[in-house]
Design a protein around this ligand. Structure first.
Ligand code: SAM
Ligand code: SF4
Length: 339
């Protein structure tokens, strides 16, 4: 806390950042159609922060009041030796929650280690329950591995597991209710994410194929009664519970992440760091601060790093703008951004 009693990571709009989303790699074993183009060029490895630099940077954020870190990517579990970063973060004093967003492909073998290292919550992306379609959407993924990964995470005792689905019109918009049924059967929360125009994926007009949260909620409403839940996540998710009496023993939440149809920016509590160490103050803006340069110019100097992060807060924009005159504003791909 500063002398004013405000956290050092409070911006000029009075929002306090206590949540860091850290992209540990831009690489991935999948090529999901909404996230990447078919031919992706990934960053040369020497351009990435090392795992030690990521641990150092995380420590700086935690000393500044961040108590929640989510590892994401790209696919975080394909980064070599990622377990060592996870263990380092798991033992950081002041970090209350260590979270992970993954495509699930490596969870079958890695879940026990993740649970041991203190990963308390995992989000697993799954957009289809039909093997051929799953492979078409991810271009390279195998549904059976992800299903085995979900089971393994549950068996390892990870406390909170949530499914994430992106619905694309004409690709999987007929699987909304089957995905909810699957979540119910497994006893897992599920969130539907509106597709965001991040990066040039070629071919498809995302404004036409994006399915809004409202539409998805209406479709679920044809099968289930949904009641808004009082729980919020100080973020873009709005949660609902199913109230039908025949499934009264289920307490799963259905979330809607609606960057298009709802502006959640006034409660934004997060920043992102890309795998090459760019601090992004907002998902839907291009401004960034090069933390890698600061770390490499001043090895081991956590105070300079912390000062840079605090000063960067002045550049956190009031809100995101995904489109300007119908033209997508953000040229970064989601895998670079750290979804
Ligand atoms: N590879 C991991 C995974 O798929 O969960 C973590 C990184 S991925 C970029 C994080 C989340 O972003 C996933 O749930 C994915 O569905 C979502 N995502 C990717 N591209 C998106 C886009 N253009 N719009 C909305 N969500 C997107
Ligand atoms: Fe990989 Fe996740 Fe992007 Fe799919 S959404 S390509 S799994 S980073």
């Amino acid at each position: 806390m500063s002398q004013t009693g405000l956290s050092p990571l409070t911006d000029k709009f009075g929002r306090t950042v206590n949540y860091l989303r850290l992209s540990v790699t831009d690489r991935c074993d999948f090529r999901c159609i909404y996230c990447m183009s078919e031919d992706m060029t990934f960053l040369p490895r020497q351009q990435l922060l090392t795992l030690e630099e990521m641990a150092f940077l995380s420590q700086a954020f935690v000393e500044l009041g961040v108590n929640k870190i989510r590892l994401t990517g790209g696919e975080p579990l394909v980064r070599k030796n990622i377990q060592s970063l996870i263990s380092d973060l798991g033992s950081l004093d002041g970090l209350d929650e260590l979270l992970l967003t993954t495509n699930g492909s490596q969870l079958e073998k890695m879940s026990p280690q993740l649970a041991d290292a203190g990963v308390s919550r995992i989000n697993i992306s799954i957009d289809s329950l039909c093997p051929e379609r799953f492979s078409a959407i991810t271009r390279t993924g195998k549904l059976e591995r992800v299903l085995a990964g979900i089971e393994a995470a549950q068996a390892a005792g990870i406390k909170r597991i949530k499914l994430n689905s992106v619905i694309v019109r004409g690709k999987n918009d007929d699987e909304i209710i089957p995905l909810v049924n699957f979540a119910l059967e497994k006893g897992l929360d599920i969130s539907f994410i509106e597709e965001m125009p991040m990066g040039d994926i070629g071919g498809r007009d995302r404004q036409r194929t994006m399915v809004t949260s409202e539409e998805i909620r209406d479709i679920i409403g044809t099968a289930y009664s949904l009641l808004p839940s009082a729980e919020t996540s100080a973020g873009p998710s709005r949660y609902f519970r199913i109230t039908d009496s025949h499934i009264a023993d289920s307490d799963i939440r259905i979330g809607f992440i609606s960057p298009h149809s709802h502006n959640f920016c006034d409660t934004c509590n997060r920043v992102r760091v890309t795998s090459e160490g760019r601090l992004l103050l907002c998902l839907g803006n291009e401004n960034s601060v090069d933390l890698k340069a600061v770390i490499r110019r001043n090895p081991g100097d956590i105070d300079i790093l912390k000062t840079t992060i605090v000063e960067a807060m002045a550049h956190k924009p009031e809100r995101h703008y995904f489109y300007d005159d119908d033209k997508p504003q953000v040229v970064r791909f989601m895998n670079v951004t750290g979804g």
